[in-house]
Design a protein around this ligand. Structure first.
Ligand SMILES: [Zn+2]
Length: 103
């Protein structure tokens, strides 16, 4: 059982053209097709609302918008990207605290 923090952010492209999604600080870039939703998940090793990527509490994400692109800063130790149906698209999970839990 993972005792840390989990945060999920849904990003929907409600426009008519593909939307560029960048996940920082990994600088990984994806294309969200129109009317598609991607789910960004990040984990923290502690459940007290603190996130290692920010000095403030309860701040698992920051979203930076520019025309035709959006950048999501994941403030946990990892990110997991999936579509709405739960199919994994990509991850940067080598520091993921949720995957290092003894089962
Ligand atoms: Zn993780």
């Amino acid at each position: 059982m993972f005792a840390g923090g989990t945060a999920r952010l849904l990003v929907t492209n409600d426009g008519e053209a593909p939307l560029e999604l960048t996940v920082e600080p990994w600088a990984d870039t994806y294309q969200i097709q129109r009317q598609q939703t991607y789910v960004v998940v990040t984990h923290s090793p502690v459940a007290d609302g603190s996130w290692c990527g920010t000095l403030r509490g309860d701040e698992p994400f920051q979203v930076v918008y520019r025309p035709d692109s959006v950048t999501v800063w994941a403030n946990g130790q990892c990110f997991h990207l999936a579509d709405r149906a739960g199919h994994a698209i990509d991850a940067a999970d080598w520091q993921c605290p949720a995957q290092n839990v003894a089962s």
